[in-house]
Design a protein around this ligand. Sequence first.
Ligand SMILES: [Zn+2]
Length: 233
Amino acid sequence: MSYVHLVTEDLRWVAAYWEDLTEARLPGTARPWRHHDLTTDQQQERDRQAWEERLDRSSVAPGEHPAPLDLGILDTMLDVLVRADDLAAAIAQHVGVEPLAPPRLGDTDARPYLEFAAQHLADDFTFHAAPVARTMVTQVAHALALVFDGQRLDVECPWCRGITPDTPAGGARTWRVRELPGNLIAIVCENLCEPPSKDVGTWWRGSPVWPLAEWDWLAKRVEQAETKEKISA
Ligand SMILES: [Zn+2]
């Protein structure tokens, strides 16, 4: 894999989880369970509402407890937006293409800048782009972990099928998001679960662990398993 490719993957990873960040929705894994595709207009409207709600909750009256989680996420988003805009502008200048208009006041969506940067990144600019892209990945991963650490996922593990001593027929929800030592943000199957080694990247205390970078892949596996189940049902 080329170096440019690795950097554009980072940029697109941040873009892929942007919506999860804005909605504090389940990252990655939520996608297969989205029952209807929204039109762009509907999505924008929903984003706008989510944003307004977030801002409402963030404006704290005296005596109220602030919501550090939300403010942390808002900070992260704005910070990533600034980085993405700067990077896209630098890349535009480097390759001599028309830059995107900078974000206006109230704009919060970093995705156009991330996509622009990914599209126009040239080989001889990766030394500049790589650390920026990495920083954005780390920032977004941490923000997501703040939201999702400890959360149980509404998913049946395709490997152990949620078969536990309490639920011998299967279907138990055994996946949980955990922030593991070393700042590793991962999904852990907290069951006696033994996926084949090709299907699991790492283990923690005897449980299979899928780091955040593998969640897209993981979501697809779950989707495949669910489709198979539907067909055979
Ligand atoms: Zn499992």
